[in-house]
Design a protein around this ligand. Sequence first.
Ligand code: FES
Length: 389
Amino acid sequence: MSAPPESQYSDQAGTQPDRNELHIPSDAELAEMSTDDLVRLGNRIDDIEVVSDRPRFPVPGTRAEKRAERQVAGWFIMAAVMGLAFIVIFIAWPWEYVSPGQEGDLLYVLYTPLIGATLGLSVLGVGMGVIAYSKKLLPEDLTIQQRHDGRSSEVDRRTAAARLVQTGQQSGLPRRKLIFRSLGAAGGILTAGIAVAAFGGLVKNPWKEGDESPLLVTDWKSENGERVYLRKFNGDPEEVVLVRAGDLEPGSMETVFPFREADREDPEHLAEVVRSSDSPVMLIRLRPNVPMIKRAGQEDFNYGSLVAYSKICSHMGCPTSLYEDQTNRILCPCHQSQFQANEYARPIFGPAARPLAQLPIAVDDQGYLYARSDFIEPVGPGFWERRSS
Ligand code: FES
């Protein structure tokens, strides 16, 4: 079947006919029509009035066109370079915490700004490249369309698709190799960068050390049978002050950290221990005559009226630093969970569902408090492979 005569569908700006007067081609006729025919037909059907439609560069290959191409490609190249820099920094930059004043602290401080800046510049480059392309290289057209309600017909969909194809052809992307390649590089690298950011943190096996894996042990664990004492921390990791049972007034709370005598001359390790998120413990002396309810299996974890609980909230890991001595409640400021200090820190309010992990404590013959063992359950929020309740 032959294509309908072009004049039947030709554009005539400002002379939009009634849609009912148009000849709507059959499927077979549609299949025979060229892209231009379909575009013209679509314009008529959709009441699109093409006011003007002229290419930016009627003569291809001029110096002005090449200059515009280089400007657009420049943005995409910048996006690709920044995307690549983001991936390299994300993977290779030293990101582990370094205290201010210590060697490497500047590199650590720069990590977050650098990954933010490089990823941001990469996204910006792609966006600016697309804007520059549409402003400098796409044909300048001005069209007016009336809005219609309801779902589009098959004819409408086919003609709209043809319009997209024609736009792609008019954009000249296939023949603009520099832009095509730089856009491909920028898009590919940016996508890879986003994938690295999303999944990079998962490329690590937290269980590779078996029962010694970081989620299962803390610095309260004894090594070589050496006692782990409770120490205060006044801001200087090297100033070790151990805690005696009599140091706390009834109804008071002290935040304590683990200390091994073997670490005394190792300032780096001392600093590392107090920085570790699962180290801080709330040591609480309950008021006299406060009844204590103990958890099964933890009956001897307290020392008299002294109890010690991990400070890490069992909901989402915030520090539960608030102790209210009149009600014996420990409060988490993040989502208002409350734990009953004299009842093995069981949750009594808020979203937390599990007690705070309790540290078993005892006193040596000089009156200093020490941990009888590590926590018997993981501290903080639950995780999928968690074995205890
Ligand atoms: S982290 Fe403590 S209540 Fe949510």
